[in-house]
Design a protein around this ligand. Structure first.
Ligand SMILES: Cc1cc2nc3c(=O)[nH]c(=O)nc-3n(C[C@H](O)[C@H](O)[C@H](O)COP(=O)(O)OP(=O)(O)OC[C@H]3O[C@@H](n4cnc5c(N)ncnc54)[C@H](O)[C@@H]3O)c2cc1C
Length: 439
């Protein structure tokens, strides 16, 4: 029996969770249960895997287990960009190898289409808006990145439009940026409302248990997942718990749980909306990957997302939350001098799972254990797509995307502690310094 050495414990003010409609969480599991399929983690990946497994095996029960409440974890804490185009930050033009980029485009498009269909079929209210994204720069360095990205996108047949700083206020209100590349295709959404809606509309043969943290696990012919009030034994397990998979004994020293920080303002008044100007809904991603992501939401709030910290145990730290709220405030004031009285109502952190070589894990971890893990910060579309595809793979399906994912080299091995933390923290600090005024 292996003890799980770290459990999720996210902080208490995730803005999207509190501003989306409240739902009654499904009861925690109590007692003993035997089932054919169990999935750990009800984020985007786990929800897609559960749905697809249930559709592929309509006569079997699929159990989906979540430590917290759906919508409270990272899947409900992100910036809400469901992105189709590749964004390989390891490549100069963010595209890199064209054959791989085309596969990633297909994968992300699959994730988008899957989500779009469920949202339409079940009328999930999650502010889904087909608005595209602005990749925006503040200085010369960022502008060079945008030019490279534009030609990279052209190589995979994707159109984009360069918008001058002078014209940008008509789009996004602020005149802070010097230039932006407008890229159609991205869907903006309210992430917590999305995953709450996905959880409430699962097929009838999925049983979701919330507030059921798995505390130990026994691997063998069958897998037994133990929690404080009982256990669940499954023929087949899917791990969809992102960076926490390493605490289940897999991919150790390959998954890098890194925290990002977000703040959401109060709703703008009509007068403030008029002073801001620009379109009603938009999303800006920084040209430099360590800069700030900014959004104006359907319900007229401003989101600021920046700052990073590396926490190998996957658990947040209060001290960073206070410190990074100041960063959010400064970033807001620089961009929105016309909104001097607008405070943040919510500030939170959330873990993404990075790998040193930007590769995720997909496939078999042990004879009866599968994983769809490590989305490298783009989990809305990628997590959804890999969750669906892992369920298809278990059902025996073969296709080019499953081949592409199973042939991926997977996350690199990293140095042992303390060298790992020293290395990752240096990269994060240096990156944020280099992002300069894009933060
Ligand atoms: C601030 C921020 C901004 C981001 N912006 C974007 C964005 O704009 N677009 C985008 O695509 N991505 C974005 N991301 C990344 C995205 O949120 C993640 O990639 C996504 O959540 C990964 O989904 P997942 O289902 O694989 O994992 P998670 O969402 O991490 O879900 C894993 C689940 O496993 C559960 N779990 C872990 N251990 C156990 C256990 N022992 N027992 C039971 N349950 C367990 C956790 O509670 C968690 O709910 C952002 C992330 C953050 C934090």
């Amino acid at each position: 029996m292996q003890k799980i050495t770290s459990l999720p414990a996210d902080d208490s003010m995730p803005g999207w969770f509190h501003t989306s409609a409240a739902r009654t969480p499904c009861p925690a599991h109590i007692g003993q249960k035997k089932v054919r399929f169990a999935i750990v983690g009800a984020g985007l990946t786990g929800l897609a895997a559960a749905r697809q497994l249930a559709l592929n095996f309509p006569h079997d029960e699929v159990v989906l287990i979540e430590a917290q409440e759906v919508g409270y974890g990272s899947a409900g804490r992100n910036a809400g960009f469901a992105i189709d185009v590749p964004h390989d930050i390891g490549a100069k033009d963010y595209i890199g190898d064209v054959t791989i980029a085309n596969k990633i485009l297909k994968l992300n498009t699959l994730g988008q289409n899957y989500l779009r269909q469920i949202v339409q079929d079940h009328r999930i209210e999650c502010q889904m808006t087909e608005s595209g994204k602005y990749q925006a720069s503040v200085g010369k360095q960022g502008t060079a990145i945008l030019e490279a990205y534009r030609s990279g996108l052209a190589k995979i047949g994707r159109e984009s439009e360069m918008i001058s700083g002078q014209d940008l206020p008509d789009h996004i209100g602020t005149s802070y940026y010097k230039q932006a590349l407008y890229i159609p295709g991205t869907i903006l959404l309210q992430p917590s409302a999305l995953v709450k809606g996905l959880a409430d509309n699962l097929p009838a043969n999925v049983t979701l248990y919330e507030y059921t943290p798995i505390t130990s696990i026994d691997y063998g012919d069958k897998v037994t997942l133990v929690h404080d009030k009982g256990s669940i034994t499954a023929d087949t397990l899917i791990l969809a718990n992102n960076g926490f998979a390493s605490h289940f004994g897999f991919l150790q020293r390959r998954l890098l749980p890194t925290f990002l920080y977000g703040s959401l303002s109060r709703q703008l008044t009509e007068d403030e909306q008029a002073r801001l100007g620009g379109k009603a809904v938009w999303g800006v991603i920084p040209a430099h990957p360590f800069g700030s992501t900014i959004r104006r939401t359907v319900d007229n709030r401003i989101l600021v997302r920046n700052s990073f910290s590396f926490q190998p145990d996957g658990r947040p730290r209060e001290k960073y939350l206070k410190q990074y709220l100041e960063n959010h405030r400064k970033s807001f004031e620089r961009r929105f001098p016309m909104l001097p009285q607008v405070d943040f109502e919510y500030t939170w952190s959330g873990a993404i799972c990075l790998s040193e070589n930007h590769e995720g894990f997909f496939g078999k971890l042990a004879p009866n254990v599968y994983g769809a893990l490590c989305c490298n910060g783009l989990g809305i579309t990628r997590g959804t797509a890999t969750g669906k595809l892992i369920a298809d793979m278990i059902a025996g399906e073969k296709n080019e995307l499953i081949d592409f994912l199973t042939q991926s080299p997977g996350p690199n091995l990293t140095p042992a502690e303390p060298f790992l933390s020293i290395g990752v923290n240096s990269v994060l600090k240096w990156g944020q310094y280099r992002a300069g005024m894009e933060v």
